[in-house]
Design a protein around this ligand. Sequence first.
Ligand code: ZN
Length: 253
Amino acid sequence: MRRMLGCFVILLTIHLNLSANETDNNKTSSYEEFHSYTNQLAEKYCSVFYLSVDHPRAIALTFDDGPDGKNTSKILDILNNKGVKATFFVVGMFANIYPKTIMRIVADGHEIGNHSWSHQDFRAIDNRHIINKELHPTSELIEKITDVYPKILRPPYGVIREDTIKYLASSGWKIINWSVDSYDWQRDISVDDIKKQVTEYIHPGGIILFHSSIYKDNTVLALTDIIEDLINQGYIFLTVSELLSSAVKTLEN
Ligand SMILES: [Zn+2]
């Protein structure tokens, strides 16, 4: 029951956040449907599929789609300069090209999560293929580079079938989406709008979506101000695994 209450609190937080987002006039109905669907998944599979956690002060910055040869290193410089930890959901085929950046992510104290090998839509491929061709090769490569086999993943585009969630849960995976979207995936979003999306809609226990790929120059340009604002708001920064393990609902179980 307490665990169910924990899930409810999380969902309420997400709902409030999304309601605020929905007042913006440039959000498509399909994106609203996406959030509605992921909210349902987070409620139904609340110990496996996460948008956020119940925590009074902590948040987690996450960066998808790296590593690359340019922006991931710039993001690491900023995080290092601010003394902030984050989580990088990396694509296996890019980790294969930039293993030194993977080494640096870990050496700097950050966490690495799995964002598939080739960034395919998981809804279009069967569960064995997802494990054998997308998730396992990526985590195996990360383990070769860092000695750690990641068991947290973010599905490409944040989309996943329910049968896949159950399949992955049975082998100990945690699926991590987000509750605060920087919208840096939008091609023409400005630096100021990225800052606004994060600093206005941030909430305790939130997981924040950014990207660290080669075209994300505006993410790099926005990041220092965002971190300074979040520090001034009193937030502390944890990796995703730290956030999950220190969440209130976990302590109650
Ligand atoms: Zn992605």
